[in-house]
Design a protein around this ligand. Structure first.
Ligand SMILES: Nc1ncnc2c1ncn2[C@@H]1O[C@H](COP(=O)(O)OP(=O)(O)O[C@H]2O[C@H](CO)[C@@H](O)[C@H](O)[C@H]2O)[C@@H](O)[C@H]1O
Length: 517
C-alpha cells in the first residue's frame, strides 16, 4: 500500500492559528446539540472501539498505546468493548477466550467467529477469529520482512465488516453498540458498510495518520462488497481508498491534535483529501482531541528505570544517564545526551538528525537512537554509530524498556518530524524530564511550549534543526534553566482523563441522532 506523502513546505506554527482551528473544528451543524448539554441516557451507552493494535497484545506504533489507554478511560463513562483481529499474540496471550458470536461471509470476506477475552482490569476485548487472515507471524500489516500482506484489503475490510455486523445485530452477539469508534484506514470501511445498510448507529473515525490511506486497486472493490456506484474514486483514479470512504461516510471525524485537525484541511498536509476534510470540518464534523499518555509513564514508579526519580531529584535522574551510557556503550562525558526514539520512517525526519549528527558530536554531545522501519534509514543510523563509535549508539529494534530508560537518561529528545498528528514520544520525554527538540507541526505545537517545556523550530530543515540544537546546548550549560525547564515539562498534566472526557462529550452530541432516527 502506498503512503501518501504530505507536501513538505513550511507551515507557520502560530498559537493564534490553533485557537482559530479549534473554533473551526468545533463549529456545529444544527442537528448536533451543544456539547455542554447533558443527554438523559444514563452513563451506559455501549461503545465498540475498533482497532488493529493494542499495546496489551500488539503494537506497531502510537495507535497501540492509544488503543490500550483510551478505551480504559472511556470505560469509566461507558460500556466499552474493543474489537481486534485475532493475531497470534492475541490468541496466545494466555487468556481464556469464549466464542460469543459469528458472522457470515460477504463477497470475498470470509465468515468469522467472534471471541471474547476479559482482561485483568475487566476490559472486554472482542476478537475477530479467522486463522487464514490473522494468524500470521509479523506485524499487523506486514510479514516478518516488512512486506505488506497482499490481501490487506480483505483482512481489514473483514475487520470493518464484522464491526458493522455487530452494530447491525448480524453477529449473533447479545450486545449491540450504540456507537462505533473506528481508528485509521483499516477500520474505516465499517462506516461504509453501515451507511450501505442505512444504519442509525453513529460512527466516529479517528485519523491517527492521514498519510496511510489504505488505497487498493479497483479490482478489490467487488471482493470487499463495495458497489461501483458507491465507490468514491475521484482522488484515486478508480482505486479504492478505505480512508477516503471512511472520511466521507463517518458521522464524525476526529484527529489527534487541534493543530493537525487544521493542517489536514490544507493542501500541504491534506495528502489529497484536504477538500473533503475541509467540507467535513465546515460541517462541524472534524474535531481535534490531543492524545494523553497512560499512568505507567511515571519516573517515580517505572520498574524499567535503574533510579526512579521525582521532580527536583536531578541527582537521581543523573544516575539513569550514567547507566544508560553504560548500557549503550557510550563514553562517560559531560555534554548533553540527545535521544531519538522513533519509527524510522520519512515522516520522522531522522535524515535531518543524521545530517546534524556531526555538529552534535563536534560540540561535545552524544546521540542515542532506537527504532526500526525503513531499511535505508536503519542502515544510515548504523553507519553513523560505526563512524562515531562511543559517541553515537544505534539500536535497531523495538524495545519499550530501553525506550523508557532513554527517556529517563537523555537530556533532550529529537523529534524533527516533517508532520506529526500528535506524537506520544515528546509527552513521554516531558514526563521523564527529557526536553523535546521538535519541529513545530501538528500535535508538537499543541504539547510543547517553546522555551518552557521543550524547544521548537519552525521549518523542518537541517539548518533550523542546527539552530535549535545550539539553543539546546546553551540551555544545557545553564543548569538552573535546564532544571527549571525539566520541572515545567514534568509538571504537564497529560493523562487520559481530559481527552477521555472530550470523547465522551463528542459521543453525547452524536447519540441523540440515533434516538431521533
Ligand atoms: N524502537 C522503539 N522501541 C520502543 N518504543 C518505540 C520505538 N519506536 C517508537 N516507539 C514508541 O512508539 C510510539 C510511537 O508513537 P508516536 O505517537 O510517536 O508515533 P506513530 O507515528 O507511531 O503514531 C501515529 O499515531 C499516534 C497516536 O495517535 C500519533 O500520536 C502520531 O502522531 C501518529 O504518527 C511511542 O510510544 C514511542 O515511544
Amino acid at each position: 500500500m502506498a503512503i501518501v506523502k504530505p507536501a513538505h513546505r513550511t507551515y507557520p506554527p502560530r498559537r493564534q492559528q490553533n485557537r482559530a482551528t479549534a473554533s473551526v473544528a468545533h463549529r456545529r451543524r444544527p442537528d448536533l446539540p451543544p456539547s455542554g448539554v447533558r443527554i438523559d441516557r444514563g452513563e451506559n451507552e455501549k461503545i465498540l472501539f475498533v482497532t488493529t493494535e493494542m499495546t496489551d497484545f500488539v503494537k506497531a506504533g502510537g495507535l497501540g498505546d492509544v488503543s490500550a489507554a483510551l478505551p480504559r478511560a472511556l470505560a469509566r463513562h461507558h460500556d466499552v468493548r474493543v474489537l481486534l483481529p485475532g493475531y497470534p499474540s492475541v490468541l496466545k496471550a494466555g487468556k481464556s477466550m469464549r466464542i460469543v458470536g459469528r458472522t457470515r461471509s460477504h463477497h470475498r470476506l470470509p465468515a468469522c467467529e467472534i471471541g471474547e477475552l476479559r482482561l485483568d482490569d475487566g476490559l472486554s476485548v472482542l476478537v475477530v477469529c479467522n486463522a487464514d487472515l490473522y494468524e500470521r507471524e509479523g506485524s499487523p500489516y506486514t510479514d516478518a520482512h516488512g512486506h505488506e500482506w497482499p490481501d490487506n484489503d480483505i483482512r481489514f475490510a473483514t475487520l470493518s465488516h464484522v464491526a458493522a455486523d455487530i452494530a447491525l445485530k448480524h453477529a449473533q452477539l447479545d450486545w449491540r453498540p450504540d456507537l462505533l469508534h473506528l481508528n485509521d484506514w483499516p477500520c474505516a470501511m465499517a462506516a461504509h458498510y453501515l451507511d450501505g445498510e442505512h444504519s442509525a448507529v453513529p460512527t466516529v473515525l479517528t485519523i491517527h495518520n492521514l498519510a496511510y490511506q489504505g488505497v487498493f486497486s479497483a479490482s478489490s472493490a467487488s471482493g470487499i462488497g463495495m458497489s461501483t456506484r458507491r465507490r468514491i474514486d475521484h482522488d484515486h483514479r478508480g482505486r479504492v481508498s478505505f480512508l477516503h470512504e471512511g472520511i466521507a461516510k463517518a458521522t464524525c471525524l476526529t484527529t489527534v491534535s487541534e493543530s493537525y485537525a487544521q493542517q489536514i484541511t490544507e493542501p500541504l498536509y491534506g495528502c489529497g483529501l484536504e477538500a473533503l476534510l475541509r467540507k467535513r470540518s465546515l460541517e462541524g464534523r472534524l474535531v481535534g482531541i490531543v492524545n494523553g499518555i497512560d499512568q505507567s509513564w511515571d519516573p517515580q514508579s517505572d520498574p524499567a528505570l535503574v533510579s526512579p526519580f521525582a521532580i527536583g531529584e536531578w541527582d537521581k535522574r543523573q544516575i539513569n544517564t550514567h547507566e544508560l551510557r553504560k548500557e549503550l556503550g557510550l563514553r562517560e562525558q559531560n555534554g548533553p545526551l540527545f535521544a531519538v526514539i522513533s519509527r524510522m520512517v520519512q515522516q520522522k525526519g531522522v535524515d535531518l538528525i543524521c545530517e546534524a549528527a556531526p555538529q552534535i558530536i563536534a560540540a561535545g554531545g552524544q546521540l542515542a537512537l532506537i527504532g526500526r522501519g525503513d531499511p535505508a534509514i536503519e542502515r544510515t543510523i548504523a553507519r553513523l554509530a560505526r563512524r562515531f563509535h562511543g559517541r553515537v549508539a544505534a539500536h535497531i529494534g523495538f524495545e519499550e524498556g530501553l525506550a523508557r530508560r532513554m527517556f529517563a537518561g537523555a537530556d533532550f529528545l529529537l523529534m524533527p518530524s516533517r508532520y506529526e498528528p500528535c506524537g506520544l514520544s515528546q509527552m513521554y520525554a516531558q514526563a521523564y524530564g527529557c526536553l523535546p527538540v521538535a519541529h513545530a507541526t501538528g500535535g508538537l505545537i499543541d504539547t510543547i511550549e517553546d522555551g518552557v517545556t521543550g524547544l521548537l523550530f519552525r521549518n523542518a530543515n537541517v539548518s533550523e534543526l542546527r539552530g535549535c540544537l545550539q539553543r539546546a546546548f546553551r540551555i544545557f550549560a545553564e543548569r538552573l534553566l535546564l532544571n527549571a525547564m525539566r520541572g515545567a515539562a514534568m509538571l504537564e498534566k497529560r493523562g487520559w482523563d481530559g481527552p477521555g472526557r472530550q470523547y465522551v462529550a463528542l459521543y453525547r452530541r452524536m447519540l441523540p441522532q440515533k434516538a431521533a432516527a
